[in-house]
Design a protein around this ligand. Structure first.
Ligand code: NAP
Length: 258
């Protein structure tokens, strides 16, 4: 039994520093942080984890003796369902569709897993080039990262062991859309893993097409859940028991109508 509560604090853009001074004054244990403050908070923290530094965004903050520390639990959330699978991740060549905020956590996670090449596909060459540049602080990541235009998918899909959708294509209410069509999905390796970060609907059209090819599929619910579990572990300074994780999963499914 823990005597804590988790409540929303709406903070206007520009008011973050004042809000954090308030949190310090009343001894808050920690907090989640989301849009529009995920980047703005970084200079206000005394320490930032490598994951959050790599991604350039913080989603979880906690109090330490020396001040507020931040990380981004989307990274461990993303890899949590992958870590339950037995694979030699150094031999897995992932292909990531899209290069927005969520793709950054995916890339940091796949780097932590040890994937030696990470292929990112986008529809706009200029944005792709800027995306590649945005990792220039980390040779650990740029040495693995390869960027491709969408047209290259037909040659990338037959060679990949892990296909990840980080685009919003197929998200409710556009449930019939898929970033990869049936003809392209048919080129998938039989033992591939196909992972969609979208959690509504479940499964997405993208995952349905992958299932029809016999792929192992993962939807975005576990990532959403596990980033929350990771935050809770930081704040409580202890592992979250499996029955509590199950309770959190059920609450999330009920909330999302899944
Ligand atoms: P974002 O920053 O807006 O990035 C979206 C990316 O998808 C961009 O690279 C964008 O490319 C690309 N894209 C959008 N429409 C496209 C299309 N029709 N064809 C090809 N590419 C397209 O969004 P985000 O924050 O990364 O979130 C992306 C998805 O992940 C959302 O569905 C979100 O719900 C989900 N998500 C899930 C979790 C989880 O815990 N499961 C966590 C975070 C996000 P352009 O720049 O060219 O538009």
């Amino acid at each position: 039994m823990h005597d804590y509560i988790y409540v929303p604090f709406p903070v206007k853009k520009g008011d973050l520093e004042k809000a954090i001074a308030g949190f310090t004054a009343f001894d808050l244990v920690g907090f989640s942080i989301t849009i529009p403050h995920k980047q703005e908070i970084m200079p206000l923290l005394t320490e930032i984890s490598i994951d959050a530094t790599n991604i350039g965004a913080v989603n979880t903050v906690w109090r330490t003796d020396s001040g507020w520390k931040g990380t981004n639990t989307d990274v461990v959330g993303f890899i949590a369902p992958l870590k339950t699978m037995s694979r030699d991740w150094t031999q897995v060549t992932p292909v990531i569709l899209g290069h927005g905020g969520a793709a950054r956590a995916v890339i940091a996670g796949l780097t932590n897993l040890g994937c030696s090449e990470i292929h990112v596909v986008g529809r706009n060459s200029d944005k792709l080039a800027r995306f590649y540049q945005s990792w220039s602080h980390s040779t650990d990541i740029t040495s693995r990262l390869k960027i491709h235009n969408w047209d290259n998918l037909s040659s990338l899909i037959p060679a990949t062991d892990l296909l990840v959708n980080t685009t919003p294509v197929g998200m409710s209410p556009h449930v019939d859309a898929s970033p990869v069509d049936q003809a392209l999905m048919q080129k998938l390796k039989k033992n591939a893993i196909v992972y969609d970060l979208i959690y509504t609907p479940s499964p997405t059209q993208f995952l349905k097409l992958a299932q029809a090819q016999g792929a192992t599929t993962i939807d975005g619910l576990e990532m959403l859940l596990q980033q929350g579990v990771a935050a809770l572990e930081i704040w409580l300074e202890q592992p979250v028991p499996v029955d509590i994780v199950d309770m959190m999963r059920n609450a999330l499914q009920d909330y999302l109508g899944l």
